[in-house]
Design a protein around this ligand. Structure first.
Ligand code: KIV
Length: 263
């Protein structure tokens, strides 16, 4: 049976962790689904891992539509979320609707949008018109030049308060999932407890409702310094299938992320 946002909500209510990995093509989509991954995120991290760019800023709407189609062809059960790329939703709620509708037509069941309170009106506009939205706060790669680098967010009292109030507002505006990236584990736990919708952590500790990693990072394929929150699941596996299955088990049993992966 197809996983839906209702399934994820039920998993939260049943205290069952759900698993998310980024995915950009049909072959991996089938491998991830068969290994038990609940949600495939067609992330704009494809700008980094497929295009070799230093940021996600050059990823286009057409790139996201193309890769969503590829992923959608590879699955029958997994829930698909696609990132709205930089510049495709920030101008107005109407611009966001026009572009999000193309992403849903390509096979995604939900779009992901980076931003705190500034995105509340857009999220309300989309969700009132039938487009499910996953909000994304904390380290937002599309704002990398404004944030001044890939670094921990919400680590001062003021910024932690802001993230908590952003999370509550985005939920009130209609978001049905919330990604938190590179924030202190204690703060992610507090935000998760304050919301009724599921949260998805990446570098946000073990207390989020689900976990996400970039596929190439967890398969040990990414070049350069490995971020603290990444675990290379290929290191102890004989195949990609085994590495993904180990990730599923580790997330579902609460073994990943460990203390060594959190901030
Ligand atoms: O694009 C992406 O891979 C993401 C995850 C890091 C959450 O947004």
């Amino acid at each position: 049976m197809r996983i839906t946002q209702t399934t994820l909500q039920k998993m939260l209510e049943n205290n069952e962790k759900f698993t998310v990995l980024t995915c950009y093509d049909a072959t991996f989509a089938t491998i991830l689904e068969n290994a038990g991954i609940d949600v495939l995120l067609v992330g704009d991290s494809l700008g980094n891992v497929l295009h070799g760019e230093n940021t996600t800023l050059s990823v286009s709407l057409n790139d996201m539509i193309y890769h969503t189609r590829c992923v959608a062809r590879g699955v029958s059960k997994a829930f698909i979320i696609t990132d709205m790329p930089f510049g495709s939703y920030q101008v107005s709620p109407e611009q966001a609707f026009e572009n999000a509708s193309k992403i849903l037509a390509a096979g995604a069941q939900m779009v992901k949008i980076e931003g705190g309170q500034i995105m509340a009106d857009t999220i309300q506009f989309l969700t009132q018109r039938g487009i499910p939205v996953c909000a994304h706060i904390g380290l937002m790669p599309q704002s990398i030049h404004q944030l001044g680098g890939y670094k921990l967010q919400g680590n001062s009292e003021k910024s932690a308060k802001q993230l908590l109030s952003d999370a509550k507002l985005l939920e009130k505006s209609g978001a049905s999932l919330l990604v938190m990236e590179v924030v202190p584990a204690k703060l992610a736990k507090k935000i998760t407890q304050a919301l009724a919708i599921p949260t998805v952590g990446i570098g946000a500790g073990a207390d989020c409702s689900g976990q996400v990693l970039v596929l190439h990072d967890m398969l040990g394929l990414s070049q350069g310094k490995k971020p603290r929150f990444v675990k290379d699941f290929m290191a102890d596996a004989k195949s990609i299938q085994e590495a993904i299955a180990n990730y599923v088990t580790a997330v579902k049993t609460g073994q990943f992320p460990g203390k060594e992966h959190e901030f």
